[in-house]
Design a protein. Sequence first.
Length: 544
Amino acid sequence: MTDWNFADVWELVAGSFPDAPALINGTRRTSWSEMDRRGNGIARWLLELGLGRQDKVAHYLFNCSEYLESTFGIFKAGLVPVNTNYRYGEEELLYLWDNADAAAVIFHGAFTERIDTMRSKLPKVRGWLWVDDSSGPCPGWAVPYEEAAGCAADRVQGPWGRSGDDLYLLYTGGTTGMPKGVMWRQDDLFSRLNTGNVIRLPEDHGMDRIREALTGPGPVHLPACPLMHGTGAFTALGILNVAGCIVTLPSRRFDPVELLDTVEAKGVNVIAIVGDAFAKPLLAALDGQPGRWDLSSLWAIISSGVIWSEQTKSGLLHHHPNMWLIDAFSSSEALGMGASLSSGDVAEHTASFVLGPDVRVLDESGSDVVPGSGIVGVLALGGRNPLGYYKDAGKSASTFKVIDGMRYSIPGDYALVDADGKIQLLGRGSVCINTGGEKVFPEEVEEVLKLHPATRDAVAVAIPDERFGEVVAAVVELHPDAEATEAELVDHVKQHLAGYKAPKRVRLVESIGRAPTGKVDYKRHREETIAWLAEPTGQPLLAP
């Protein structure tokens, strides 16, 4: 039985390759020995604050070197890092930090004013660590990050030591409701990340085998998506495990030109994105200035979290056919459910995946779906999985179930199984639309709408209907200067899908307003669409 702890592995890397780059942000370069030393300082500060074994430390940060450097310190001290979505409002922040029992918060200076109005409502938080971003002075109630990072040179760990049972806590908002914390044992998470990593480490015979396997510095990785999102965090952790370097972009809004400039300047090998929300602007930049960037260093682009369309992948491969496009089907609760690989001049179909090990597709009776049967099933992932949701036994019991003697993670993703064993992902059941007893998964409608040349982005939601209970409506963002009528978009869907899956109304908006993670707030779009329909426009639902 393995007992992997991230801090132990990263300290081994720092000792083996002290001068190799670990973190790069703009012109700032942090070596592995510097990250190790500064992580010791953060660990010492947290312990002197009086935090106990497995106390929680929240990150309230944009992408930056301090994010991963302080994660190292938290791991060293035997504490638990907690991610925070920086787009959250006050109510969501209060809920998250209270639910997570956050005992300390590491935050960017830009959030000082918001935190100051909330501090009295967060009695569990003992200390605030301020990261300077030139937005103003450090408040009197916080400690400058640089002061803490420089307070220890020797290796630090808590008096309780470290263990593979130490937690990594990832809060996920999903598509509805308040965020919930997914509890990963570090040993389980390390193993899951290692299985799908670009370089795989031996997991038997302990640290000596790791030391032998790491013959030099690892890949250079750029998470274009936020580190507070699972895709950004998990890919970054995996690359650090193999002595790699993490490059973060200084800008706080995604800029595809900045990303491409950085790939060329820093020799980036791997990029992490979240579907078309990142890939389409990247492709537009490449199409707009073909040949401007040298992408020869780039091995792979990894996407997870939302669907990555075949058309976009084909366009990217046109500019760099020698890279791999890896569409990873995973979630915060289930890593490694499936993947699709594209390279050369062949892009894998949208939402088509090869199942990972220990994955089953189950019908309503709990039996395995027969390939090619046309029966919709729910995906279940066995093997190493999270312990559950933090302080939510009910939700844990409904997601993590024992079937045939094995514990499975079942987040609620539905799929069809083709005759060749590949799956066609349909979407998350929590936003499934039930129209007259027929199930419609939003993603299948959205992807067809995105095939229309005028469509830049789309969301499908359920709206109430007296006859069918619910029917499909669509929210569509058009390309700049593009035009399309409601009827034209509906007819387009009908050419590809069954009539009942076509939207009965289409609401055109300036922007879908995806989060930095690329995810969509289905609840908000549904509420806004229902309110729009209630306006006295006199426009009826379109005929089926």
